[in-house]
Design a protein around this ligand. Sequence first.
Ligand code: CUA
Length: 174
Amino acid sequence: MFSDPLKAICEDSLERKWTWISLLLAALIAGVLGVYAVGSNINPPSNVETIDSSRLHLSEEFAEDNLGVKTNADGSMTVTLVAARYGFYPPRIEVPVDTPVTLRMASADVLHGVHVPGTNMTTMVVPGYISEVKTSFPETGEFSLLCNEYCGLGHDQMWSRLVVVPKPATGEGS
Ligand code: CUA
């Protein structure tokens, strides 16, 4: 007969039995979630890519002149943004509708968040890390890009503009 390791902390056998049942249930649930997550290739929406926040302006990607919207060879867009107290730079970005967009963001100071109400675009911008979100915007219009992590007294005023424009009529973007 196996010796119950719970015996050391609990005398009552009925109590030990239910402790085992709850432990096994927890293990079963964790196991099912684990198998499902691995099987379906579900990962946390994070992007472990580090950057020195105090030297963003010296990095190539996040240097002031390189911020904003770029069109890639395959027609998708890459948007590079810096979040800093209290704004997102550049303060206005324009992307075409229904086009794959990769947003890459870095904080120059403290923790910020980015949220575009009415879209699925939301993420934290953690200092020291590059936040990356891949999405596309299905509706044209002007959207506010808001900070949703309290970052200081100017947090309420920390927002910028995302403009989703109709696709160019013909040809590749240039
Ligand atoms: Cu940035 Cu709140």
